[in-house]
Design a protein around this ligand. Structure first.
Ligand code: AMP
Ligand code: ZN
Length: 490
């Protein structure tokens, strides 16, 4: 395969040429959501980033097995394998069965990712559906001497592991610093070492999600699920393992240790970590309570928002930053992204109206531009540079439409193909304004807004309210602003 894709590998802290273990076949595992509550916009950023990566690998012609799990068990409130199970706690709060909680938030997650136009993964395994694989792996780690059992709970023996391996290979942190940041073992502690973590946890009598195991009734620790599911579907060693940057220090560090202790190989060749979506510089997170729900963003119903933004405007906002840069949320940045997205879609809409000339007279080398687009994506999936290149094309399209430059039929086809590849297939954007109807929806909306404004002017509020409410039931949101009435579709 002819390409020069380079990927920044967290493991080596360098950009490396991408060379999959099996030619033309890529195995990619991405840590999925914990479905005890709605995903927030930060989570969505990570999944949109991996969607871009998935799409580009597909575009390059790879057959990709993309596995993204659903975490539906084993998430305790405390960092130290202690506290209540988050699923059981939420189930109590919402008076639902834990698996109803899982179903409710899994469906919500799928719907949100559908709105963001992400492609579904090839396999979406759940932790609860893979208990036996997790038990089998724990047994092997015990047999290999890297774990110990105390009173029905199995711990990973980090002290033993660090004697032969680099436990902090992913973050390069000093072991002493890690120890200094971990609390001393107390008298009640069953763990031998401060950094040891649970592979299997004995269930207290009130614990609802529980399974039989060789060590008694219990449930798996969080980290083991990803090791077991990636191993099952991608093998002991696969190409890409990804997730948000916040997962590197603990979850992924422990995954590497478990997999090495079980299979004697590093599980993934390339570790990829997406950077965080922040609000006023602070990481958006469930626990910090600064999480925007995607629907709050689409409808503008969050106190920090001036108005709503459509899913594609938000996707564009995310893609305008490189996946390894932080992205700070602000109304201004979203306004700019929406404007950029609309400029792009308007120009694409003009393509069908352009009448090709018999001769070319334009000043852009489209083949060279296309090469620069590939170069941007080959450079560790640099979507902001790609987007900047695509705006060169927007300028050309506008100029041809305005009669300033001329293009022939072949050039028009070349431009259309470039748009199809990079805007639709790779960036995964779609034209939500016209829905492929050449602007008819836009024009109809203008007409409806005009009728509503007339009604308001005539103090016929029954009509103006009914128009707003009817549109809302169709998922169309109106927002009156100083620039007139804006609309967006959820
Ligand atoms: P969780 O459901 O909390 O396990 O998170 C699901 C995914 O979202 C993980 O890959 C996290 O690393 C990622 N994530 C969490 N918070 C953010 C954030 N603020 N920005 C980007 N990704 C995030
Ligand atoms: Zn994981």
């Amino acid at each position: 395969m002819q390409h020069n894709l380079t990927i920044y590998n967290t493991l080596t802290r360098t950009k490396e040429k991408f060379e999959p273990i099996h030619p033309n076949l890529v195995g990619m595992y991405v840590c999925g959501p914990t479905v005890y509550s709605d995903v927030h916009l930060g989570n969505c950023r990570t999944f949109v980033s991996f969607d871009l990566i998935f799409r580009y690998l597909l575009h390059l012609g790879y057959k990709v097995r993309y596995v993204r799990n659903i975490t539906d068990a084993g998430h305790l409130e405390g960092d130290n394998d202690e506290g209540d199970d988050k699923f059981a706690k939420k189930a109590k709060l919402e008076q639902l069965e834990p698996m109803e909680i899982v179903q409710k938030y899994t469906l919500g997650f799928h719907e949100v990712l559908r709105l963001f136009n992400t492609l579904p993964p090839s396999i979406e395994p759940t932790a609860t559906g893979h208990i036996s694989e997790q038990i089998e792996m724990i047994k092997k780690i015990l047999d290999n001497g890297y774990a110990y059992e105390v009173n029905g709970t199995v711990y990973f023996d980090v002290d033993k592991y660090v004697k032969e391996h680099n436990y902090t290979i992913l973050t390069n942190r000093k072991l002493e610093d890690l120890l200094n940041n971990t609390r001393e073992l107390g008298g009640q502690d069953e763990k031998r070492g401060r950094l040891d973590f649970a592979l299997w946890i004995k269930a207290k009598p009130e614990h609802i999600m529980r399974w039989p195991s060789p060590w008694g009734i219990g449930f798996p620790g969080w980290h083991i699920e990803c090791s077991a599911m990636s191993r099952k579907y991608l093998g002991d060693q696969f190409d890409i393992h990804g997730g948000g940057m916040d997962l590197a220090a603990t979850h992924h560090t422990n995954e590497i240790a478990q997999s090495e202790a079980c299979n004697h190989v590093q599980p993934a060749k390339y570790w990829m970590h997406t950077n965080m979506l922040t609000v006023n510089g602070a990481r958006m997170s469930k626990s910090a309570g600064n999480g925007f729900l995607p629907y709050e963003l689409f409808t503008g119903s969050h106190p920090l928002l001036k108005r709503g933004y459509s899913p594609m405007a938000v996707r564009f906002f995310m893609l305008q930053a490189h996946y390894r840069s932080t992205l700070d949320f602000s109304n201004e940045a979203l306004d700019a992204a929406e404007k950029g997205y609309k400029r792009l879609m308007t120009a694409i809409g003009l393509l069908d109206k352009i009448v090709p000339a018999s001769q070319n007279k334009f000043d852009l080398d489209i083949q060279a531009l296309r090469q620069r687009c590939y170069a941007a994506m080959d450079d560790d999936f640099n979507s902001p540079v790609l987007i900047a290149e695509l705006f060169e094309l927007v300028r050309l399209i506008n100029s041809v439409y305005d009669g300033i430059q001329r293009i022939d039929e072949a050039t028009l086809m070349e431009i259309k193909e470039t748009i199809q590849y990079f805007i639709f297939d790779i960036l995964g954007l779609k034209d939500e304004q016209s829905d492929g109807d050449n602007g008819t929806t836009e024009k109809l909306m203008e007409l409806i807004i005009q009728i509503r404004n007339e009604a308001k002017k005539n103090k016929d509020f029954a009509t103006s309210d009914s128009i707003r409410n009817e549109l809302a039931t169709m998922g169309i949101q109106l927002k009156d602003s100083k620039d007139g009435t804006l609309w967006n579709k959820i």
